[in-house]
Design a protein around this ligand. Sequence first.
Ligand code: OGA
Ligand code: MN
Length: 223
Amino acid sequence: MNREQLALYQPLHVFDELLFNCVVDDLVEKGYSIQTSALPVFLTDALLACQDAINDTEYKNAGIGRAGDFQHARDIRGDNICWITGSSQEGELWLSWCNALKDFINKHLYLGLFSFESHFACYEPGKFYKRHVDAFKGKSNRVLSLVAYLNEDWNSNYGGELVLYKNDNDAEGIRVVPNLGTFVVFLSEQFPHEVLPATHKRNSVAGWYRVNGSVNDVIDPPR
Ligand code: OGA
Ligand code: MN
């Protein structure tokens, strides 16, 4: 996408107000929102282009917050990730759409979301991410998680669903098929979730909204 085309999509809020409203309503009602094949095509196109442009060597094995032990980490999550820096126009478009959603949520829910960070994740066949929460209560400034899916022609018998559990005791969960354009938003501390193994390569983009954790003039690093 060139600059002229990009300009056509400004201002973003005009395009996304309806969708953003659905997300906010769901967050109020349930604390999560599942939007099936809902991302605008200009955005999935941009994400696919951005993902295509990533060189294999730019993907790194994903780690986990605790346990520095690499083997242990791979037992828990097997994806490879690449952070989105906004160095391409497509990456920038994704970040600005996510920031428009942030502003919208702040305006309606007063969550005080401050920054956003996001990476592509690639799960090779058989890889998974075991049940986890993205933030431990009171231990992190990650408030809201966002995951969007980038798999064209995904067949529901490939596996690879996200399972979103409603609370710590929920054993059943809600399954989300990682189809292109589907995205999920949820409160990071409240919803355990996992990624089931798939028979095919599974691509997603994950992101987190944070509140500002700066104290005593020490700047809180974005990640
Ligand atoms: C994560 C995560 C879910 C997914 O990266 O923390 O839970 O469906 N991803 O890719
Ligand atoms: Mn997660």
